[in-house]
Design a protein. Sequence first.
Length: 288
Amino acid sequence: MDVTTDNNRGWHMGLYNGLWGLGGLTGMLAGGFLVDQTSILFVTMLFSIISLLAIPVAWFVVPPNRGEKQDSPAPISVQKTKWLTPFTVLVLATGITQGFIIMGLFNSTISPLLENVYQRPIQIGTIILGVATLAGTMQAIRWAWDPFIAPAIGKMIDQRTLIYPIILVPLIGGSILLSAMAYTSSIAMLILFIFLFQLLSTIFTTTTDTLAARAAVRTDRVKMMTAHTVVVDVGSALGPMVSFIILMYLPLSAVYIFASFLMITLAIFWIVFRRLELEIENVQSNIS
C-alpha cells in the first residue's frame, strides 16, 4: 500500500490535537498547583462544577450536524471491501499503544517518577512547589506547545510520500527515553528526558491519528475511525490499571521498561510490515 499525501489530512489532525491540548494546559497547570495549595477534594469538586457549567454552553454553541445528507454514498465496491487489513490492524495496534503509554501509563506515573528523585519540595514564600506542581507544570508546557508543534508536524507528514519513517522516530526514540527515565537519578536529566519524551509524544499522537485517517479513506470510514477511537480509549484506560498492578509487585522502573519494550516491539512490526510491502510491490512490478 502506498501511503500518499491526502488533502492536508496530517495538518488538520495536528491542528485538532493542538486545540484539544489547550484545554489540558489549564487543567494540568491549575490542577497540580491547587492540589499542593488546597486538597484533592477541593480540586475535583471545582473541576466537576466547571464541567457541569460547560454542558449548557455546548448545547447552544455546537451547531447541528449539517451536510451529512449531502455526502455522496460510497461505491458499492468500496462498501464491500474488507476494512480489517494488515495495515489497519497495525494502525489500530499503534493507536492502542499510543493511548496505553502516552495517555495512560505516562500520565498516571509521572508524579511517582518525579517523587523518586525530587523528594524535597521547594518553598518560595507561602507557595510550595511540590511534586504535583512540578508534574502539572511540565505536562502543561506540553499542552502549551501542542497548538504550534502538532500542526507543523502534520504539515510535514502531508509533504512526505511515505509516513513510515516518521512513525519510527517516536517509537524508537520514545523507547530509549523510557529506559533512560527508569534509571536516572538526576532531577535535571529526568526533567530533560520528560520534555523530550513529551515532544516525541506529540509526534506520536499526530502521526497515529493521521495514519488512522488515511486508513479510513481506503477502507470503511465509519468502522475505521470508530475502531481507532475505541482502541485509543481502551489503551488510555488500561495504562494506569496495568501500571499500578505492576507496581504492586515490582518497582517503578519495571513499568517504564515494560513500556519501552512495547514501543520498540511496535517499531519492529512497522519495519517488518514495510519490508513485506516492498517485496509484494517488487513481485507485482516484475509480473506486470
